[in-house]
Design a protein around this ligand. Structure first.
Ligand code: IMP
Length: 431
């Protein structure tokens, strides 16, 4: 039984990781986020009640679990406090004893959000990424260029004021003169963050030290990834990616710990593919089937409400994702969405100018030109909702899963068959 499990998205995000994290949290002591920010959106349905979280780990809905936000996460403190208030209203208790925020995490400031929106909205501008406009990219840029403001800075007023004032000069110049967008007011912002600092204080911790102690004590740790491998800043479909590393190796860096030696990496994939924002998507379906997948699967972004682009399962991308992240174990979600479709297609490789392609090329423009090659498998008619054991799965679903296992060398741990916490078939125990 491993001491740690890292859960990451094996595609372009939105694979339904929140649900899988929620499932494994039953057996974990701590749930930790290590990258990304409130660009993520985890939809959880417990006892028929839906909760959407963007920043606080979804494990918080289990009363026994403690939740950590590591230094690798960029934190919009207003969103953090809003989620705390939503959780309190929903009766989730002891939050100050259960949620800890790294003092080294970088803050998403108002000017990051303004810049993100200004760049995306630039008239006639090329290079639109289709971001969530949550300020994620600009905040990570400031971290790398050493202009970032960190949680710890909130408690050193003179340093905070100086950093923010310096940043303002540059950001306002860019906003006003380059993007023609409204500038931000420095005085208002400093005042706002003074108040935020007070409210945030009970949650701030040296997360690296705390988690290291817990790992040494033998606590069970769940590392909760956001987005997906194909959105990783280096290994994703660059530049149509997010600005952080989404691979399991980021778990150690983004929390400042040595993760337990016996940690299992689980990649979550959807039974088909989806993507939001711009960028190549070889198996995208711009037809009635794509529309059917979007409607049956409620494929609208949990963060922005944007309709997700939908397509058949792409094993070239899944195999690539498994290689760069070192995953051998998978969970598959939304198998129920495929119920009732007569024939299911799975992409096994691509063709490009007469050449066979079996992996993701670094040149993203090639990926937009490839033709996917499919194998067709018979679908299943059965409603999967009540099914709880592998033995009760329809034969054609078993074949669909076997086909994926054979082509990728992966092993499935879980099959999710609906939004609710109970709609899961456990094939192999992780913890
Ligand atoms: P950003 O992370 O807001 O900068 O957006 C960069 C790209 O990542 C865009 O294509 C977004 O749609 C995508 N993205 C960011 N977060 C998520 C997510 O949680 N799920 C799916 N796509 C995401």
């Amino acid at each position: 039984m491993p001491q740690g499990v890292v859960i990451i998205g094996g595609q372009w995000g939105d694979e339904g990781k929140g649900k899988i994290v929620d499932y494994y949290t039953m057996k974990a002591d701590l749930v930790c986020r290590f990258q990304g920010g409130n660009n993520a959106g985890h939809t959880l349905v417990v006892d028929g009640k839906q909760t959407i979280l963007h920043l606080i780990p979804s494990g918080i809905l289990h009363p026994h679990a403690r939740c950590l936000i590591g230094s690798g996460v960029v934190v919009d403190p207003e969103i953090f406090l809003q989620e705390i208030s939503v959780l309190k209203k929903a009766g989730v208790s002891k939050l100050e004893e259960r949620i800890f925020l790294s003092d080294r995490a970088h803050l998403i400031m108002d000017y990051h959000k303004s810049l993100d929106a200004a760049r995306e909205g630039r008239k006639g501008g090329s290079g639109k990424i289709g971001t969530t406009k949550r300020g994620i990219g600009p905040a990570y840029e400031d971290r790398a260029s050493r202009r970032g403001v960190r949680v710890a800075d909130l408690y050193n007023e003179s340093a905070f004021t100086e950093k923010v004032k310096n940043n303002f000069e540059e950001k306002n110049f860019l906003l006003e003169k380059y993007y023609g967008a409204p500038a931000c007011s420095v005085e208002k912002l400093i005042e706002k963050y003074r108040e935020i600092a007070k409210q945030l204080k009970p949650y701030v911790k040296d997360v690296s030290a705390y988690l290291s102690d817990e790992i040494n004590k033998g606590s069970k740790i769940l590392f909760e990834g956001a987005q997906g491998v194909l959105l990783d800043v280096d290994y994703g479909t660059y530049p149509y990616v997010t600005s952080s590393h989404t691979l399991p190796s980021q778990a150690a860096l983004g929390l400042g710990v040595r993760i337990p030696v016996d940690t299992l990496f689980i990649g979550v994939i959807k039974a088909y593919s989806t993507r939001v924002g711009e960028g190549p998507f070889p198996t995208e379906l711009n037809d009635a089937m794509g529309e059917k997948l979007r409607e049956t699967g409620h494929e609208y972004g949990a963060t922005t409400g944007r309709p997700r682009r939908c397509g058949w399962l792409d094993l070239v991308s899944v195999k690539y994702s498994m290689r760069v992240s070192g995953m051998k174990n998978l969970a598959i979600t939304k198998a129920d969405v495929l119920s009732g479709i007569d024939e299911l297609k799975i992409c096994t490789h691509y063709m490009h100018k007469g050449q066979r392609i079996d992996t993701f090329p670094a040149d993203t423009s090639i990926l937009s030109e490839v033709t996917p090659v499919y194998e067709t498998l018979p679908g299943w008619k059965e409603d999967l909702k009540g099914i709880r054991t592998a033995n009760d799965m329809p034969k054609n679903l078993v074949n669909y899963l076997k086909f994926i296992e054979e082509k990728t060398g992966a092993r499935f741990h879980l099959v999710s068959t609906g939004a609710g916490r109970e709609a899961v078939i456990n094939i192999h125990d992780a913890f």
